[in-house]
Design a protein around this ligand. Sequence first.
Ligand SMILES: CC(C)(COP(=O)(O)OP(=O)(O)OC[C@H]1O[C@@H](n2cnc3c(N)ncnc32)[C@H](O)[C@@H]1OP(=O)(O)O)[C@@H](O)C(=O)NCCC(=O)NCCS
Length: 274
Amino acid sequence: MTTLANRIDAWYEQIATLTPENVEARRDVELAITMLDDGQIRVVDVAPGGEVTVHEWVRRAILLLFRLRGMERSEVGPFEYLDKLELKHDYERRGVRVVPGASARRGSYLSPGVILMPSYVNIGAWIGPGTMVDTWATVGSCAHIGANVHLAGGVGIGGVLEPANAVPVVIEDDAFIGSRCMVVEGARVGRGSVLGAGTILNPSIPVIDAATGEEVSRGHVPDFCVAVSASRRREFPGGEFYLPCVLIIRRLSEGERHDKVALNQVLREHGVAT
Ligand SMILES: CC(C)(COP(=O)(O)OP(=O)(O)OC[C@H]1O[C@@H](n2cnc3c(N)ncnc32)[C@H](O)[C@@H]1OP(=O)(O)O)[C@@H](O)C(=O)NCCC(=O)NCCS
């Protein structure tokens, strides 16, 4: 594994000069993407204690893939596409339910028990077991979504291939992300937490505890919190303005599920071997 990582790093140093004709580089990069697709390697690891490790070489392999692949045309009925990457396959073997209209790119990893409503999952994203990606939700490249998470309708999880050097978004196990939330640029939602509908979370947004008035972080909602979109008054030379913040309105006890976001098991039964 170390040698594949080293070779990818070395190819990345020459990325500007590589072309699809470079067979050796392509063989290494395609191997890395196959391993990513099968969950043998990941861009992001989250340790049980919450420590996040980003494997930069895996992200580089994805960037190299775009360099080393040519455009290919594909057709589905009356639709025509022109792209460098293909979609995932083999959902039955993977134990993943995919509703028509959903697309996941090859090189994303979907654990057994994942359900994709008509949604989009980009390359390098990792999605844990039992997670529901609801209608029109988008999971950006290299994002880490834990187990038994619900990304509600229209949620936008940012990707990290662009802008360059962005940090992956991490949504930890058992979190609920309300409809139309936008979580981007390395923002993080902790275990079991609930993000109220329509919340915007990025590393510039203060997360404030309503019980104390204290700013607990920027862009990181801690474990087992119920947090909603709010605003705070700020004074500027030009006047008073209200800027967004995220307010923790309640703390859940460890392992507790908010009653309004309980999972509906009947929607999660797969009927396929996992
Ligand atoms: C976050 C959420 C679970 C909070 O529910 P709750 O714990 O019952 O919270 P409450 O309704 O008691 O609200 C507490 C306070 O926060 C405010 N609040 C609640 N949700 C809010 C939100 N999303 N944005 C801003 N303020 C919100 C309430 O107005 C209330 O203020 P008040 O005490 O002055 O009346 C709920 O608001 C929410 O967003 N649910 C997700 C809905 C959704 O996305 N469903 C997806 C279906 S696919």
